[in-house]
Design a protein around this ligand. Sequence first.
Ligand code: ATP
Ligand SMILES: O=c1ccn([C@@H]2O[C@H](COP(=O)(O)O)[C@@H](O)[C@H]2O)c(=O)[nH]1
Ligand code: MG
Length: 239
Amino acid sequence: MWRRVASLSSFISSSNSSFLAQAACRLNIWESLTTGIAQQAKGVIVPKEKTPFITFVLGGPGSGKGTQCIKIVETFGFRHLSAGDLLRREIASNSADGAMILNTIKEGKIVPSEVTVKLIQKEMELSENHKFLIDGFPRTEENRIAFEQIIGVEPNVVLFFDCPEEEMVKRVLNRNQGRVDDNLETIRKRLKVFEALNLPVINYYSQRGKLYKINAIGTVDEIFEQVHPVFRAFEQVVG
Ligand SMILES: Nc1ncnc2c1ncn2[C@@H]1O[C@H](COP(=O)(O)OP(=O)(O)OP(=O)(O)O)[C@@H](O)[C@H]1O
Ligand SMILES: O=c1ccn([C@@H]2O[C@H](COP(=O)(O)O)[C@@H](O)[C@H]2O)c(=O)[nH]1
Ligand SMILES: [Mg+2]
């Protein structure tokens, strides 16, 4: 939804070259002008565009990303997009990429960026919500760059759930959700991939001042106590 309204902005500025239209766009008042016109014409209320607010949720396998995302959604009303869930949905729907994705997940490797970014993009475009939690993505520097190029925005916040390996292994082995990658052999591979490919992404966002490191040891509620203030601080900005 946010993307569809955003493209309206470029339509207006490119199709109407009058001085007034261009000046209005520059002054960022195109929205109120066009909203008024549309209301007069049709007597309907046009939804107000909101800038997307994007949080990347990172951490090793089993560090508790998905668990904390559920609590963030409950408390702050975000749209939760788990990249892993989107990929598993592709497998379940027997899509053209399904077999390739299944093999990649079984090996603990990373699905090509274009495939994952397109799935995320589709969900973002369909969403009525402008606040996104993108869970388990980007996994690699290549993922990160592909997202920036295709979606055209950077995250506002990056959460990193910092968890010792032995705790992550214990949690994954106890998860019991029938995931093809929740076995010791694949977990070891996923941990290696996390260290080699995902930590550089985390370091990148740390250098950009966007990283919020959360100690992922403790009860679910204790961990959420660290997460809560991060979103509280942004509440006014996010809307
Ligand atoms: N603080 C916690 N203490 C103990 N167990 C937890 C905690 N948080 C989550 N768990 C459990 O650990 C398992 C892994 O959690 P979760 O699925 O949220 O991790 P994840 O980071 O999303 O993992 P993955 O990257 O593999 O999807 C789940 O069974 C979950 O219930
Ligand atoms: O951006 C992504 C996210 C995930 N994968 C693959 O899926 C599995 C499971 O992901 P979870 O986040 O743990 O649910 C992961 O090990 C990768 O194989 C991916 O390729 N790209
Ligand atoms: Mg998860």
